[in-house]
Write a protein that binds this ligand. Structure first.
Ligand code: SAH
Ligand code: ZN
Ligand code: ZN
Ligand code: ZN
Ligand code: ZN
Length: 461
């Protein structure tokens, strides 16, 4: 039984990646001695059917859910020959970026010395070009006259990555980013560990370079190596948050540790906005390791504390997040994005962002903007959406999506406004839902159309 030592298995429950019931993949986690692909140690998975583990376990890339992006695959019990191991190592080496971070820092220094007219950015290679390289990129599209302002906002210069399901980059709107930064400042934080939040990082860096009395600092951890062109080794670490892998090895890990260690680890907060692809257990495992890194570095005090954290994630993952971080609460604030049409802020309809802030800070400290309709609920001791009514029966402001929810006395909880109580299913659901489990047939007689509780072959005395 390998389950016990899997760091990411979080209680041993495999995570069904395709929803309950359906055949899918379950994540077992980061196993000791796991083989590596170009994205660091691979994760262990197993095929599932009806929630049960079935068949051989295998390793696959932690970062890429699409085989086209990384096709690493190995059976757990597979014998790999020396030749293949050597070939794999060579492959991993050759799939690292063409310039190292140090080289990119050097290139940047030279780039900013150039007059504006010689500052070019190749859009095809997503790379700042030095004059000697123009020739090689002559057939590529490029931008000219790259200004200092543009260099301060790399997330505007680079195109957002769109590798399908899991690794798409969704950038904060200026409003959401500013809100987060103001909140961080108002809470008294001085350092931000920005994990997969390049836009927040760049807002902080940009202010730090322009405003003398701006005291906040940020370290960006992200898998998008393009950012190494704009930030030094003290500002950016190439990092994989699904397996807690620092591509820059011990030196980069030490950079992160030092960053957390400043001021005895005080006034630092971690902010993360991971891809929503599903590997919650893997993310939680990495975040716990980052928290542990912070805890290790503490000299004294805050012994029983956790590193403060904002985990930005959709509300429908609430139960998953709380499974791994039971002390976290979900805030009502709707985080919205520039390049995601569905996730734009709005007062009505479906256009509301499902993305929220999960935090281990005391909810009453998270002040949400009243001018955007949030209000303080004295009973719940937290800010809630304007539409989120306090339910006397639940004794809580129960809405998750910002709309007013209604209480169902039979379910003994509040439900979405569009739901109705279904006597067949014994719970609330959409009016035109397909009744639960009726397709699969009744547990007692096997016939379709009803469940065990209403089976006609049972005598109800
Ligand atoms: N809203 C954020 C961006 C979130 S998009 C902002 O505006 O700053 C998700 C981010 O996570 C992207 O920057 C992406 O490059 C990064 N990311 C995706 N997969 C990752 C991985 N495996 N490890 C680390 N970072 C990753
Ligand atoms: Zn090019
Ligand atoms: Zn209720
Ligand atoms: Zn109900
Ligand atoms: Zn039903």
């Amino acid at each position: 039984e390998g389950g016990g030592n899997m760091a990411a298995s979080g209680g041993g429950e495999p995570e069904d990646l395709c929803g309950p019931g359906a055949g899918g993949l379950a994540l077992l986690g980061l196993a000791p001695g796991a083989p590596s692909c170009p994205h660091g140690p691979a994760l262990l998975f197993v095929k599932t059917s009806q929630g049960k583990e079935e068949g051989r376990r295998f390793y696959a890339c932690s970062a890429c859910r699409d085989r086209k992006d990384c096709n690493f695959f190995q059976w757990e019990d597979e014998k790999v020959s020396e030749t293949r191991l050597a070939a794999r190592e060579e492959y991993n080496r050759s799939h690292q970026p063409s310039f190292t971070h140090t080289q990119n820092v050097e290139r940047y220094k030279n780039f900013v010395l150039l007059p504006l007219s010689k500052r070019r950015f190749c859009q095809e290679c997503q790379q700042l070009l030095l004059p000697a390289e123009w020739e090689k990129h002559s057939t590529h599209q490029f931008l000219c006259n790259i200004s200092t302002a543009q260099l301060r906002s790399p997330s505007q210069l680079l195109y957002p990555l769109e590798n399908k399901k899991t690794n798409a980059q969704y950038l904060f709107t200026d409003r959401s980013c500013q809100f987060l930064l103001d909140l961080i400042i108002d809470l008294g934080f001085r350092r931000v560990l920005s994990v997969g939040t390049p836009r927040l990082h760049e807002m902080i860096q940009s202010k730090a370079s322009q405003e003398e009395d701006f005291r906040v600092r940020s370290l960006l951890l992200d898998i998008d190596f393009r950012y190494s062109q704009f930030y030094t080794e003290d500002e950016f670490c190439h990092y994989n948050m699904f397996n807690h892998y620092f591509f820059g090895g011990e030196v980069a890990r030490e950079t992160c540790r030092k960053f957390l260690y400043q001021d005895n680890g005080e006034r630092v907060i971690m902010v993360t906005d991971p891809p929503f692809g599903g590997l919650v257990a893997a993310l939680a495992s990495s975040f716990k390791k980052l928290m542990a890194m912070w805890k290790e570095t503490e000299k004294e005090g805050h012994k029983n504390q956790e590193m403060p954290m904002f985990w930005i994630f959709p509300y429908f993952f609430e139960s998953r997040v709380l499974e791994f971080f039971p002390a976290f609460s979900m805030m009502d604030y709707q985080v919205d994005y520039d390049n995601h049409a569905l996730y734009k802020h709005g007062k009505t309809g479906r256009r509301q962002s499902p993305v929220r802030i999960f935090t281990n800070l005391t909810p009453s400290m998270i002040v949400l903007p009243v001018e955007e309709g949030y209000r303080f609920c004295a009973t719940c001791q937290r800010y809630v959406s304007s539409g989120n009514q306090h339910c006397e029966l639940c004794n809580s402001c129960t809405s998750k999506d910002g709309r007013r929810w209604k209480h169902c006395v039979l379910c003994k909880k509040c439900v979405k406004p569009s739901w109705f109580h279904c006597n067949n299913c014994n719970c609330c659901a959409l009016q035109n839902h397909a009744c639960e489990k009726t397709d699969a047939g009744c547990f007692v007689c096997g016939k379709a159309g009803h469940k065990r509780s209403t089976c006609p072959s049972l005598s109800h005395t």
